[in-house]
Design a binder for this molecule. Structure first.
Ligand code: NAD
Length: 315
């Protein structure tokens, strides 16, 4: 079957890499990129549609024009920005999702991907090896919009038979695109500043351990989940997914092996610290391993080596 794939929120940190990967696999003309803003990648010749996912009429027109067989919904307001604009975050993260789920049912889209986040966990969730099912009391707007989104995804699967698939991404680290205002952004900025200035000021404290993942692993997981046979998938809310967990201090130690004299300092009283403190330190992803054969490839040394190697090439 020839796929027609629609990626909404295509200009962001994940979309930039996902669209490239999907176009390499399915052909440029088979992957429609869509975003609120015009395309950033001027080299890309594939189809592009500018629209807000909260504008149901505009999104319907895109569905009518392309009749997508798969839709990836990436448009969202992330954790740090969400605390500055809570109502806007709720509106985009919820109504954008509901618009896409409704259109996907109406247009009989074969598969929908929507990412959740480790932000669905809260201060009373277990911190180490956080299980798939446990107390979930997220206290950021972003976190509870994702938790509500997970419930809607499972609901559309159960009630309408929509094949929705989802991953709770950890903090994602890639060299191709800038991060979009999340709590784990320090782990991308640190590489740029290490190369440019030999120093970086972290907005999270030295011992803040968080689950992270190299972008290549995240893209592989996303496409892997979307290609898994439907009957193998036992979770229709969102799968826990683990890559590698580390603190700013541990990341800095690894960077120092490549950039002699790299200096990491820390700022006080950043509001992102409270969000980070409410999140897990590490994730149990045994269900993803069991159901669709997930396995991360990047540990911390490999991640750091790859980031520095690629950023040096493009700087
Ligand atoms: P991003 O902020 O980098 O990109 C989001 C994109 O959505 C941007 O290009 C933006 O222009 C677009 N957008 C914003 N409002 C829109 C609207 N109304 N209509 C259409 N497009 C709009 O985010 P990202 O890091 O690429 O994240 C993508 C998804 O993955 C989000 O759902 C996010 O919550 C989730 N996620 C990301 C991470 C991470 O570390 N990057 C971790 C966990 C979950």
């Amino acid at each position: 079957m020839t796929e027609m794939i629609l990626v909404i929120g295509a200009n962001g940190q994940i979309g930039t890499e996902l669209v490239t990967a999907l176009r390499a696999k399915h052909g440029e003309s088979q992957v429609v990129a869509s975003d609120l803003h015009p395309p950033r990648n001027a080299d890309s010749n594939g189809p592009f549609e500018q629209a807000s996912v909260t504008d149901a009429t505009a999104v319907r027109a895109i569905f009518e024009k392309y009749k997508p067989t798969q839709v990836y919904l990436l448009a969202a307001i992330l954790s740090a920005v969400g605390e500055q604009k809570p109502k806007l975050a709720w509106d985009l993260n919820m109504n954008g999702l509901l618009n896409v789920l409704d259109l996907a049912v109406e247009f009989k889209v074969a598969k929908v991907f929507w990412p959740s986040s480790i932000a669905v966990f809260g201060p009373n969730s277990p911190k180490q090896n956080t299980p798939q099912y446990c107390v979930m009391d997220p206290n950021s707007v972003y976190g509870f919009s994702k938790l509500a989104g997970e419930r809607w995804c499972e609901y559309y699967f159960e009630k309408y038979g929509l094949d929705v698939r989802s991953i709770r991404y950890p903090g994602l680290i890639g060299w191709k695109a800038a991060p979009g205002g999340g709590t784990t952004d320090y782990a991308v900025h640190i590489f740029h500043e290490a190369l440019a200035k030999g120093e970086y000021q972290s907005f999270l404290s030295a011992d803040t351990e968080l689950p992270m993942m190299h972008m290549d692993d995240a893209i592989r997981a996303t496409i892997g989940l979307m290609e898994a046979p439907a009957e193998k998938l036992s979770i229709r809310s969102s799968y826990n997914l683990a890559g590698v967990s580390f603190t700013p201090e541990q990341l800095s130690g690894e960077i120092k092996k490549h950039i002699f004299g790299f200096k990491l300092t820390y700022s006080d009283n950043d509001p992102r610290q409270a969000i980070a403190d409410s999140w897990p330190k590490s994730i149990d992803d045994s269900q993803a391993q069991k159901d669709w054969g997930w396995k991360a490839e990047f540990d911390l040394p490999k991640l750091v080596e790859d980031m520095l190697l690629n950023l040096r090439k493009i700087k």
